[in-house]
Ligand binder design. Structure first.
Ligand code: ADP
Length: 251
């Protein structure tokens, strides 16, 4: 196993309020790492720290290091645009652009300078194939993405994220707006994608964490209470707090 992201003594403050406290954890390459814990405990803040999305909030300041391979992404001079290409993000609500299916997927590659139609066609097809949408949409690539159902829209958003060939995909409760069938579809997809990408997912759904992830981190009030193999966390947690949360006695 290789560590893809190494978080070391990481703290994050919104003004005076410390939202993340002394986080240290390794995120393994080609695995799914799930972040669980009650609402407001810092899961999303932590996820957004992994591609510096919190930089857009003026009150935020951070301490500590987050290494992506051999680069500390919080070091001076890091190109955050390039960072966000390497570490992509999928959000809670499917958020396709009000454009065609094709243009949604081609968006990132175009921004990165891919202009040749043939090359774009290949990227669009490969990305849609990766998310299992190609067969469903190949004959209507010019249709508005907004006409797809929510499950398809979320898979399209994942396709849009992978079209720029990221190394890591961050997913913030990607199934919370989906019905159970579409949710299983996206979970299957995550497992397939983990062969090629490193995936970090925030979920409030513990069954989902147990089903799809390899590693699980349990957050509580900005701290990482426990982190380890998913099987171990759910079958024999070391911390009492983890146990009471996963058995539903707390949270
Ligand atoms: P979770 O994802 O676990 O629900 P969040 O990361 O959203 O938790 O929030 C962690 C804490 O940080 C909460 O107390 C929340 O109120 C606070 N917080 C989140 N976003 C901001 C913000 N933009 N400004 C100030 N406080 C914030």
């Amino acid at each position: 196993m290789a560590t893809k992201i190494d978080v070391r003594d990481f703290n994050l403050f919104y003004g005076e309020f410390q939202a993340l406290k002394d986080l240290t954890l390794p995120i393994q390459a080609n695995e799914i790492t799930a972040l669980i814990g009650p609402s407001g405990c810092g899961k999303s803040t932590f996820l957004r720290s992994l591609n510096r999305m919190n930089d857009t909030i003026p009150s935020v300041h951070t301490e500590g290091e987050v290494w992506l391979d051999d680069q500390n992404i919080y070091a001076e001079g890091v190109d955050v645009v390039e960072l966000r290409q390497r570490v992509g993000m999928v959000f809670q609500r499917p958020n396709p652009f009000p454009q065609s299916i094709y243009d949604n997927v081609a968006f990132g590659p175009r921004v990165m300078g891919t202009a040749r139609r043939g090359e774009l066609d290949e990227i669009v097809q490969a990305s849609l194939e990766s998310v299992g949408l190609w067969g469903e949409v190949r004959h209507r690539l010019k249709d508005s993405a907004l006409n797809l159902n929510p499950g398809q829209q979320q898979r399209l958003c994942i396709g849009r994220a992978i079209a720029v060939r990221p190394e890591v995909i961050l997913m913030d409760e990607p199934c919370s707006a989906l019905d159970p069938v579409a949710t299983l579809h996206v979970e299957d997809l995550m497992q397939k994608l983990a062969k090629d990408y490193t995936i970090v997912i925030v979920t409030h759904n513990m069954q989902q964490a147990a089903r799809v992830s390899h590693q699980t981190g349990f957050f509580w009030l900005g701290k990482l209470v426990e982190f380890g193999q998913t099987e171990q966390i759910f079958s024999s947690p070391k911390e009492e707090l983890t146990e009471s949360y996963i058995t539903g006695r707390r949270g």
